[in-house]
Write a protein that binds this ligand. Structure first.
Ligand SMILES: C[S@@+](CC[C@H](N)C(=O)[O-])C[C@H]1O[C@@H](n2cnc3c(N)ncnc32)[C@H](O)[C@@H]1O
Length: 337
């Protein structure tokens, strides 16, 4: 995706000019780099006629929350202020919009569908989002408008991900996290990804880095979709991905250690000791933690490091809010020495 590279002090006026010309891509974030700023622009030949340096870089998309604001704006003409307060965040996955409809808005479903279609004219399905269920973390969805399917191809971070929301877990909100990890990884690394799902982390990292990834997933449906995703993206990937169908707790003990382990751990599962034992340098361990427990969570990781005779540095990053006062967090654990 193209970006214009300008010295930092010129960034604001150039951004204004690009916006005026309709060339600035506001859905992506600018990035600072060595006294310069990379400004996201649309793939338009006009860009090259402006005399700026144009690079081809991946700049991450802005969070969904801002897209959500658009829906609120559109629905303001049909819903009361009181009703708008109940509007929940939603996601667009490929050509499927998924939204939670609280009881207060059940009678407004048609208006919400109308609003979603207005903001995203390309959507073909609108589904109502229920809760994650079972070990495979599959959500309960009901289709409220459009084609009767929950299968689609979602584009993210330069890869195409085939998902079927009725058969396997997928969370589009982790796009920024996947991009972050892909930036941390260095060419040549050997990476292990347990709880790999339909392979979103593996694909994004292998898209940008020449690495060897081993991924493990137990849900056979997710595994099959993951294999399809490998085919779908084969020509785009710099790295290699080996995909194992099996239970992390049975497969990992048989595997060697890796430079980096990325564990998108399902909620309620404790795989800390196992995943830590499989890394020689880095562990990125995801978990759901109450804000008052973050210190204890860090302590628990340091304790496990000591138990395994590893000297570790631990940084906890809040990734998203899960429910009031509870966050999805990622512990970036660095093994020293
Ligand atoms: C939170 S989801 C993450 C999936 C994927 N990494 C993603 O981000 O889309 C957890 C995944 O772990 C899988 N899973 C749960 N228990 C497992 C186990 N014991 N062994 C392997 N996979 C497991 C689920 O089927 C699910 O796909």
């Amino acid at each position: 995706m193209p970006a214009v590279k300008v010295p930092r002090r010129e960034a604001e006026p150039v951004k204004r000019k690009l916006k005026k010309l309709g060339l600035y891509d506001g859905k992506r974030r600018p990035k600072r780099e060595d006294g310069h700023v990379l400004l996201p622009v649309f793939d338009n030949p006009e860009i090259h006629r402006l005399g700026y340096e144009v690079l081809n870089v991946e700049l991450p998309f802005r969070p969904e929350r801002q897209i959500y604001k658009n829906l609120e704006g559109v629905l303001a003409e049909r819903l009361s202020e009181e009703e708008l307060k109940h509007l929940r965040r939603y996601d667009v996955i490929g050509d499927i919009a998924v939204i939670q409809i609280p009881p207060e808005l059940e009678h407004r479903v048609d208006d919400i569908v109308w609003g979603l279609r207005k903001v995203h004219p390309f959507i073909r399905v609108v589904a109502k989002k229920g809760f994650h269920e079972g070990a495979f973390r599959i959500r309960d969805y009901s289709i409220i408008w459009g084609e009767r399917r929950l299968e689609t191809i979602h584009k993210e971070n330069g890869v195409e991900i085939k998902v079927d929301l009725s058969r396997a877990f997928f969370n589009p909100r982790m796009k920024g996290e996947r991009y972050r990890l892909a930036q941390l990884v260095r060419d040549g690394e050997r990476i292990l990804i347990p709880f790999a799902g339909v392979l979103p982390y593996a694909l994004v990292i292998a898209r940008y880095k020449k690495v060897k990834i081993t991924a493990v997933e137990l849900n056979e449906e997710a595994y099959k979709l993951g294999l399809e995703n490998l085919e779908l993206n084969r020509k785009r990937l710099k790295g290699e991905i080996e995909f194992i169908h099996g239970d992390v707790f049975e497969v990992l003990p048989e595997l060697p250690t890796y430079d980096r382990v990325i564990s998108p751990t399902p909620r309620g599962v404790d795989a800390l000791a196992l995943t830590l034992s499989k890394t020689g340098r880095w562990l990125h361990y995801y978990d759901f933690v109450h804000e008052t427990e973050i210190r204890n969570f860090r302590g628990r990781i340091l304790e496990e490091c000591r138990r395994q005779g590893k000297e570790c540095g631990v940084r906890i990053k809040k990734v998203s809010d899960f429910k009031p006062h509870v966050f999805k967090v990622c512990a970036d654990v660095r093994i020293k020495g």
